[in-house]
Design a protein around this ligand. Structure first.
Ligand code: UT7
Length: 333
């Protein structure tokens, strides 16, 4: 019995923010952003309307509808995000409440861009060992309120967008179908290359206030872009090849690769490195920017609705991001 995706859903805030809009707020321009990232526009949450939990809830409702299941059928929630509504508790419990699920377990996953792949791997264990029949996996992110929208933060803030994606997993007894394997990795020595350092338990809010240092912007995410880029292209390719090799498959067997939408140039680099055709790689970063843990389930839901994945197709999902963490999930749809 393999784990299988029974339904997908996504929610994108209605507020479209173009590169030209960002250029009104900082020293940047459409041409630079498109050339370096491929992004044309992204969605920003509407304050007072969209939260990480609310967007995740809407995506989850749509995934449950697509699967023909009700919230009462869900046995476990896995919620991946780096931008929870509260410092604690995590948004998994909000999802349980918003959907009206039974008092099931709700696990919060903190693996940034790799969060959805990490969550799939955990869901797979629960489904395979029979501890759950249906697992809801959600990736949701609200970056926009916490980005440095001045020129100082432009290398980070032009990349990220808000949104949510969700899948419902169950089991199949059809031979060869479903999740074939997942592969997870981490390398914490690079934790601070892409991170949000404060406030934290190493630097509490009262201490930050007491320092009253206008130069201290540790509450904005920081990223060593070139360093991250160089590691990303190596790790993406490695973990995709690891999944194919362990299943005795090759790139020509792949119907679709859905990479975490980090940067279109990274996706194109991997496509070229692995010798994949353009129609074998799904990209929507042009429209949504980088939505970290939400990017793969949003792309998956869109690709499925567009008919890009059909029954029997081999689908690879792969991610790399802050941590560093990276991973892949290979699935026969
Ligand atoms: O999902 C998590 C994983 N994250 C990633 O995978 C991100 C990986 N990294 C990247 O995607 C790229 O490094 C970036 C898109 C973030 C940056 O591209 P880059 O080619 O590495 O640019 P850079 O940081 O080396 O900056 C080049 C120049 C600098 O100017 P000078 O020093 O050459 O005069 C920057 O100040 O571009 C400047 N710059 C900008 N100019 C206009 C940086 N950001 C901007 C901007 N608009 N938004």
């Amino acid at each position: 019995m393999n784990s299988i995706i029974l339904g997908t859903g996504r929610y994108l805030p209605s507020n479209v923010v173009t590169n030209h809009d960002l250029a009104q707020r900082m020293d940047t321009n459409h041409e630079w952003i498109v050339e370096r990232t491929g992004i044309h526009e992204r969605r920003f949450a509407i304050p007072g309307v969209d939260t990480t939990a609310s967007m995740g809830t809407e995506a989850a409702k749509r995934a449950l509808d697509a699967a023909g299941l009700s919230p009462h059928d869900v046995d476990l929630i896995l919620f991946a995000t780096l931008s929870p509504d509260y410092y604690f508790p995590g948004p998994g419990v909000q999802l349980q409440h918003n959907l009206g699920c039974r008092t099931i377990g709700a696990i919060d996953i903190r693996n940034q861009c790799s969060g959805f792949v990490y969550a799939l791997s955990i869901a797979d264990q629960y489904l395979r060992n029979g501890a759950a029949n249906h697992v809801l996996v959600v990736g949701s992110e609200l970056h926009s309120g916490g980005l440095d929208m001045s020129t100082r933060g432009r290398n980070v803030s032009v990349i990220f967008g808000d949104g949510a994606g969700a899948v419902v997993l169950g089991r199949t007894d059809e031979p060869g179908r479903g999740l074939l394997s997942t592969h997870l990795h981490s390398q914490g020595e690079h934790a601070e290359e892409l991170a949000l350092l404060g406030p934290s338990t190493r630097d509490w809010i009262p201490e930050i206030i007491q320092r009253n240092d206008p130069e201290d912007v540790s509450y904005f995410p920081r990223m060593n872009g070139n360093f991250v880029f160089k590691h990303a292209v190596v790790r993406f390719a490695e973990v995709i090849e690891e999944a194919l090799t362990s299943n005795q498959l090759s790139t020509s067997d792949l119907r679709l690769l859905i990479p975490h939408q980090a940067n279109l140039r990274i996706a194109q680099f991997i496509q070229q490195k692995l010798g994949l055709r353009e129609d074998q790689v799904y990209n929507n970063i042009m429209r949504y920017g980088n939505t970290t843990a939400a990017s793969i389930p949003i792309a998956l839901s869109e690709a499925f609705d567009e008919g890009r994945i059909q029954k029997g197709d081999l689908l690879m999902m792969a991610a790399f991001g802050s941590g560093f963490t990276w991973g892949s999930a290979l699935m026969r749809w």
